[in-house]
Design a protein around this ligand. Structure first.
Ligand SMILES: C[S@@+](CC[C@H](N)C(=O)[O-])C[C@H]1O[C@@H](n2cnc3c(N)ncnc32)[C@H](O)[C@@H]1O
Length: 222
């Protein structure tokens, strides 16, 4: 069974990725045209003032995981038999659909999504409704450091980190006591989160971690 292959889910994901490319395209093109110094300065502002960055510059943008990372999330969640998943950074819900499909195919459970922007959270919920997956997802609005500070399952199987990059270490710290041995963390754009990488790659630590391609870090709680 693979819910991602259901015609309505497949068509919805196709449309959403197309729409994301259309909406995000001009901004991506502007980024690509920037000098390394300009790009570094924008990134540094996004790190230090993430509320302004996500509340203004990136407010209308999808910024989804790639379709390949979506399938990776589904595959890892199936391999883990994941029934309790936490997502930091839901946006319009593209990654969430992949995670929810896996939880559904594993027999049910919950994906806790988190989204700073209430309009984006509403759009994510609507997309999950369209996918027929809303019953396994709870999208929490506001800063994830607040919304994940309580009512997180005792034992979490999988975490996606895809919100403000400078908060990856703090979200890891918040969720670490809940990660069951063998739990998987997937961090998108992990190269923009050096403090997080230092933590999960620390020799002798509680994690084994490796890069999957240039942007994604997969980490297993030992
Ligand atoms: C890269 S996008 C997420 C894309 C999404 N995972 C997907 O694949 O479609 C990052 C999202 O994280 C949200 N975000 C950033 N910081 C956050 C925070 N502290 N708490 C909750 N959401 C946050 C932003 O508003 C933005 O929509």
């Amino acid at each position: 069974m693979n819910t991602l292959h259901e015609p309505n889910v497949k068509a919805l994901l196709h449309d959403l990725f197309e729409e994301a490319a259309r909406v995000d395209g001009p901004v991506r093109a502007r980024l690509a045209a920037m000098s390394p110094e300009e790009r570094a300065s924008l990134l540094s502002r996004a790190h230090s003032d993430w509320r302004t960055f996500y509340g203004t510059t990136a407010r209308e943008l999808y910024l989804p995981v790639s379709p390949e990372t979506g399938v990776l999330l589904y595959a890892l969640a199936r391999a883990r038999g994941a029934r309790a998943v936490v997502e930091f950074g839901t946006s319009f819900g593209l990654s969430t659909i992949h995670l929810a499909a896996a939880v559904r195919d594993n027999g049910g459970g919950v994906v806790i999504g988190t989204e700073l922007d209430s309009k984006k959270a509403a759009r994510a919920r609507a997309n999950l409704e369209k996918a027929g997956l809303a019953d396994v997802v709870e999208v929490r609005e506001g800063d994830a450091l607040v919304s994940l500070s309580d009512r997180v399952p005792e034992s979490v199987d999988l975490v996606l980190l895809d919100g403000a990059k400078s908060l990856y270490p703090a979200v890891l710290e918040l969720l670490a006591p809940r990660l069951r041995p063998g739990a998987v963390l997937v961090a998108d754009n992990a190269d923009d989160a050096p403090d997080y990488l230092a933590r999960v790659r620390a020799p002798g630590g509680s994690y084994v971690s490796f890069a999957v391609g240039p942007e994604v870090e997969v980490t297993v709680r030992t």
